[in-house]
Design a protein around this ligand. Sequence first.
Ligand SMILES: Nc1ncnc2c1ncn2[C@@H]1O[C@H](COP(=O)(O)OP(=O)(O)OP(=O)(O)O)[C@@H](O)[C@H]1O
Ligand SMILES: [Mg+2]
Length: 282
Amino acid sequence: MSFGFRRQKETAGPQSRVQPASIIAVASGKGGVGKTFLSTALAGALAKAGRRTLLVDGDLGLANVDVHLGIAPETDLAAVIAGWVELEHAVTPVSGGVAEGGFDVLPGRSGSGAMAALPQEEVARLAAGLTALALQYDHVLVDLAAGLETNVMRLARSADRTLVVVTDDPASMTDAYAFIKVMKGYAPSVQPIIVINQADNRQRGRQTYEAIAKACQTFLGFRPPLAGIVTRDPNVREALRNQIPIMERWSTTRAAVDAAQIAESLIRGWELPTSDEDRPRA
Ligand SMILES: Nc1ncnc2c1ncn2[C@@H]1O[C@H](COP(=O)(O)OP(=O)(O)OP(=O)(O)O)[C@@H](O)[C@H]1O
Ligand SMILES: [Mg+2]
């Protein structure tokens, strides 16, 4: 594996920064709740707002950020792990990449047994490589796999914050609570923040948030803040079916507007409120 790191001016990427971007992992516990959709939508919204953004496919076993975005990367994290390319050279531009107002992606590889069973020291080196690469960006998003497997938790631990994606499905709520509980023990310094996805409406989304926040308050002694509520929107499926980033063709559809609002909050770096009603409105 090669995580050698050279100054970015030798590559097509953005200029080096003094302060590294804060790394935000996107997690859920339960699968299929919308982590990858939200990761790609947030990356697109941050890029549209002029922020240098890197999206990392941290789903080591079943990577599919490339599928969501309709890109065919020439290289990926599996090639980095195998030592064929350096981490920074696996960076793939989306919509022109950071240099042209798009964002950058570190793609994964789906179905690689070696990636799925990455040993601890390799995950640690990957995390260290991402931290170094974060110097080049304003925001780094890491789309994680579902579940509580050790490598998921290790990647989550290397982030500054974890966006925990939850739907109103009771299994999603239970699994998100389990994720937050395990993270509290495993990486107490990583702040969990809730995103409600696929909400029928804001009121229902709010109820889902309140239920999970109350469970955390009662049993874990803290109330995770709410990043925002993303509406269930048929155009999400349409974007995925066409493999076109939602912010490219459907930027005014409800779910895209909701995701853009969360991106704005990330940019402002506001103190995250504990309820949707407290959120500043754009
Ligand atoms: N806001 C939304 N409105 C409508 N459909 C959505 C929304 N968010 C996600 N979906 C749908 O949910 C499905 C799963 O989305 P996605 O692949 O992003 O989930 P995931 O959490 O990354 O899954 P996995 O755990 O397998 O990685 C997709 O078919 C997508 O169309
Ligand atoms: Mg996914």
